[in-house]
Design a protein around this ligand. Structure first.
Ligand code: EPU
Length: 416
């Protein structure tokens, strides 16, 4: 099995480019199935999750081709074929195929989605919304089965502003008869990007980025070309990686306005961050101050960044706390960090981190995308060698993380 081996102790210096956002491109690939015309996406990251999504849409007849950040999708001949659960359970966004295929095929049978193991990831909001749009939805033998001759616009209030449910409704409703309103909708930049893409295909979505989104059903969508937004979590990851090594790196393409809460917290910890024409520059910091972090929906501090910032807080002077409000079990990376000498106490949905003087290399396992990245970051500053196994998890969400870190001076290699 492939591993990443990090020899800690070098400062990161130089510049790193940010790829297109994983969590923007995956729903956009699903939405591309709403037209039989060719769709061209640019700034598409070469990630395992993107390959999985391409495999999924190919199963039902779409043609895809990814070449150096350019992804072509043509879904002119879709068929209601069986989707293997080995593919559908690899990622969470397989559920978005229900919203995309119902308007095209009238019936979808899909193994229940998987994705990062970070708690009980319910799908009740998706099911209820599809039902309100007029679909007959049931779970049969581990599969989600949804049927509808035609979807009708509806007024949908989400009890929680779920990103996935908001996207699935936007995708399903844009070819529905009439108008759909999503109240308490998710407001993340990835939602805005999806609306922009659907509108570029001839859809009519208003209000994306606010908590009320209106989708006016149209008869037909057509091919289009769309550039995916930069990945704010990848940018945040390299900001922390730079800060923890006392480095000096420009993170090219990072959009500061998507990272306000992350920048604010890192600055409170003492990290020096400046906006530049190219993106964001992180410069050397003397010592880190402890933080109190509560994960929240956008524009609050993102849950995806809490594992990433944990190694830095492990080296802060004093005690930090993290309260995780989005997922009920997102601390599996703590075992690896503890093995490296971090002092972290985990509660039901919280962690208390007492700063230590240093971390030491160890053999650790990447348990999910962000947890895996957290271990790489810890390895960069640990004394000696850190070996991270199960790096498929890291490759799901980071394009060439080892190569990018090498380019700014890290001693990191992939073996296996
Ligand atoms: N929820 C429900 N019912 C639903 C849907 C969600 O109760 O029908 C709950 C979930 O159980 C969870 C919370 O709502 O506790 C948040 O879920 P949400 O639907 O907002 O998130 P998601 O669409 O499943 C996406 C990202 C995650 C990211 C979260 C939160 C993917 C593919 N996408 O997940 O990304 O953590 O939003 O920002 O997982 C990652 O990139 O590493 C990652 C995990």
């Amino acid at each position: 099995m492939d591993t990443i081996v990090v020899q800690g102790g070098t400062r990161l210096v130089g510049s790193i480019g940010v790829e297109g956002a994983k969590n923007a491109v995956l729903p956009i690939i699903a939405a591309s199935l709403l037209t039989g015309d060719e769709v061209k996406l640019t700034n598409v990251p070469a990630l395992e999750d993107v390959r999985t999504m391409m495999g999924l849409v190919e199963c039902i007849g779409a043609k895809t081709r990814l070449d150096r950040g350019l992804l072509y999708i043509k879904a002119d001949q879709l068929s209601p074929s069986e989707i293997p659960s080995s593919l559908a359970t690899k990622i969470r966004y397989s559920i978005h195929l229900t919203g995309a295929l119902l308007p095209r095929l009238g019936k979808v049978r899909l193994p229940l989605p998987g994705g990062c193991v970070i708690g009980n990831r319910r799908i009740d909001l998706h099911l209820r919304a599809l039902t309100l749009l007029g679909a007959r939805v049931r779970i049969m033998k581990g599969c989600l089965v949804a049927e509808a001759k035609k979807l009708n616009g509806a007024d949908i209030h989400l009890r929680f502003p779920s990103i996935g449910a908001t996207e699935n409704i936007m995708i399903a409703a844009c070819l529905a008869h009439g108008t759909t309103t999503i109240r308490n909708a998710a407001k993340e930049p990835e939602i805005v990007d999806l609306a922009k893409f659907i509108n570029s295909m001839g859809g009519h979505i208003d209000g994306a980025g606010s908590d009320t989104i209106t989708i006016y059903g149209v008869d037909k969508l057509v091919g289009s070309c769309h550039t995916v937004i930069p990945d704010r979590i990848e940018a945040g990851t390299y900001m922390v990686a730079t800060a923890i090594t006392n480095g000096d790196v420009i993170i090219r393409g990072a959009r500061p306005n998507h990272l306000d809460s992350v920048i604010e917290k890192l600055r409170c910890a003492g990290v020096m961050i400046n906006k530049t024409e190219e993106g964001l520059r992180v410069t050397p910091t003397d010592e880190f101050r402890p933080l109190k972090i509560v994960t929240e929906v956008y524009p609050g501090f993102p849950t995806d960044m809490q594992p990433i910032i944990t190694p830095l807080l492990s080296l802060a002077r004093g005690q930090s706390t993290i309260k995780e409000t989005i997922f009920d079990s997102r601390f599996t990376h703590v075992a690896g960090l503890t093995a490296m000498g971090a002092d972290i106490r985990v509660g039901r949905r919280s962690a208390t981190i007492t700063g230590v003087c240093g971390l030491t290399g160890a053999e650790v396992v990447a348990t999910d995308i962000r947890g895996g990245a957290a271990l790489v970051i810890a390895g960069l500053v640990a004394t000696g060698q850190t070996t991270i196994s199960n790096i498929y998890e890291i490759d799901r969400g980071y394009e060439r993380m080892d190569a990018k870190l090498t380019s700014v001076g890290a001693r990191i290699a992939r073996t296996g």
